[in-house]
Design a binder for this molecule. Structure first.
Ligand SMILES: NC(=O)c1ccc[n+]([C@@H]2O[C@H](COP(=O)([O-])OP(=O)(O)OC[C@H]3O[C@@H](n4cnc5c(N)ncnc54)[C@H](O)[C@@H]3O)[C@@H](O)[C@H]2O)c1
Ligand SMILES: N[C@H](CO)Cc1c[nH]c[nH+]1
Ligand SMILES: [Zn+2]
Length: 441
């Protein structure tokens, strides 16, 4: 069922040979550029037009009334409430430990640098809602932002035809559980553009959305493309686009579990990627047989089948686990499962992955909801340079530089020398002028 890529015999450039979708983010950026421009120029009317076109519904007012958010919590199924609260509690535990403390370094007597961690002021959190609904993503966005101390949080999520053009009810309830009361019914690239540029007074009323300083959260390829396009106008977290799972497995792995995990992430999107890397042809054959058995019976069989058959998915055959490790490092998956003997030892050697799931009892689905870890993770190879969402994503390190007169006098000749080397003498002069008696050059 899965495409086979045979890297046995020492293929030299695994990164080029590994499966990845052709419709990549750079192509999508050009397609959404006019829409983003229209939102910047026209605000609400352009957003409405895009919602009508892509979501088939455009609510009269984009901002969800606070009473509607609260009512969604009141109406929440008790079992769903309990599960969300468990997810919030576990996520809060892990994220509380991520908070960095300010630190002062005494560089020389009288000369200190203090690093202060200052939260971003206003943040826009994207919660997807196209093919699936994501109350869990409210948790994964909001918990780290709150732990960082962000003062102003706004959630955007696509309008739903079956909820009067409001975002999904469970998404609204999760917002209420976390105390978020600024929510807009808008999704896709238009939501990202609205957050970045703000949207002025709505002709239909008096609402307005103030621009944010940073946008975080996952989404489909259009959302990811808009984040890439608007990076710089606003800060963004890593690109967290269509989901990916890679599994490094040997003969000890259970093919039924491996197949179920590959299917679980293929369920997100026809563009999702499911990749098995193994030295065992016996396992590859058994997983294929399991996929053929399990995938057609899944609720979302159609998009699962599209994702599994797509060029972005496949089985990569390698000589041994050492070669497999090089392959998964080159691939840099959003999620990497290690289902091998001594899984932890292999996991600790992984350099590039959004998150690593170790052994038979830590499937990606656990991390999606209730492990305590964050599920907003870098895709498309971005795990080579970026991390998943964390408290740190919402903090900026600001240096406080404090030198006494004596400490500045001591180092002044070095500053003047470096300024002269760079032919920026005014820099040196800004120090020398403070010591007219000399000694600064
Ligand atoms: N990497 C991560 O951390 C992570 C986490 C959760 C989900 N995901 C991914 O998020 C995605 C969720 O996708 P989804 O579709 O369910 O919800 P979504 O909210 O991301 O996308 C739906 C929105 O896309 C917009 N849209 C559709 N076609 C468009 C077009 N041609 N141009 C501009 N906008 C368009 C619609 O307006 C709609 O509001 C999946 O790909 C899933 O794999 C990733
Ligand atoms: N697997 C997704 C991250 O790529 C997160 C998620 C949310 N709900 C289910 N799964
Ligand atoms: Zn998932």
């Amino acid at each position: 069922m899965l495409n086979r890529i045979d890297l046995r015999g020492g293929a030299r450039d695994p990164r080029r040979l590994l499966p990845r979708a052709q419709l990549d983010v750079s192509v999508a950026v050009e397609r959404i550029r006019p829409l983003v421009e229209a939102v910047r120029e026209h605000g609400y009317p352009a957003i409405r037009e895009a919602s009508e076109r892509f979501d088939g519904v455009s609510p009269e007012r984009l901002r969800v009334p606070v009473e509607t958010i609260r009512a969604a919590e009141d109406e929440l199924d008790p079992q769903v409430r309990a599960a969300l609260l468990e997810s919030i509690t576990r996520a809060r535990k892990v994220h509380a430990d991520q908070r960095r403390t300010d630190h002062t370094t005494t560089v020389v007597p009288g000369g200190t640098v203090t690093e202060r961690w200052v939260p971003v002021d206003r943040v826009g959190l994207y919660v997807p809602g196209g093919l699936a609904m994501y109350p869990s993503t409210v948790v994964m966005n909001v918990v780290p932002a709150q732990a960082a101390g962000v003062r102003s949080l706004v959630v955007v999520s696509p309008p739903q035809k079956d909820n009067d053009g409001l975002p999904d009810r469970r998404v609204l309830a999760a917002c209420a559980l976390l105390g978020v009361d600024e929510v807009y019914a808008v999704g896709g690239a238009q939501a990202v553009a609205m957050l970045a540029y703000g949207a002025g007074a709505d002709p239909a009323g008096d609402e307005r959305c103030e621009p944010v300083d940073m946008i975080t959260g996952p989404g489909n390829i259009w959302v990811t493309a808009a984040k890439r396009l608007l990076r710089g106008v606003v800060g963004i977290d890593a690109e967290a686009g269509p989901t990916e799972i890679a599994i490094l497995a040997d003969d000890t792995a259970d093919p039924a579990h491996v197949a179920a995990d590959l299917i679980s992430q293929a369920e997100h999107d026809p563009l999702a990627a499911s990749v098995l890397v193994t030295p065992s042809t016996a396992l590859a054959d058994a997983v294929d047989a399991e996929l053929a058995r399990q995938a057609p019976a899944a609720k979302h069989a159609e998009r699962i089948g599209t994702a599994l058959r797509g060029e972005q998915s496949g089985v990569v055959l390698v000589d041994d686990l050492e070669a497999g490790l090089r392959v998964v490092d080159a691939y840099a998956a959003e999620h990497l499962e290690i289902q091998t003997e001594n899984a932890r030892e292999w996991a600790l050697r992984v350099r590039n992955a959004g998150a690593v799931f170790v052994g038979a009892w830590s499937p990606v689905s656990l991390g999606d909801y209730c492990a305590g870890s964050n599920h907003v993770l870098p895709t498309g190879g971005c795990a080579r340079h970026s991390s998943g969402l964390s408290v740190q994503s919402f903090l900026r390190g600001v240096h406080l530089v404090e030198y006494t007169q004596e400490a500045l006098r001591d180092v002044a000749p070095h500053v003047v020398t470096l300024a002269t080397v760079e032919d920026l003498p005014a820099h040196g002069q800004a120090v020398s002028v403070r010591f007219p008696e000399g000694g600064a050059s």
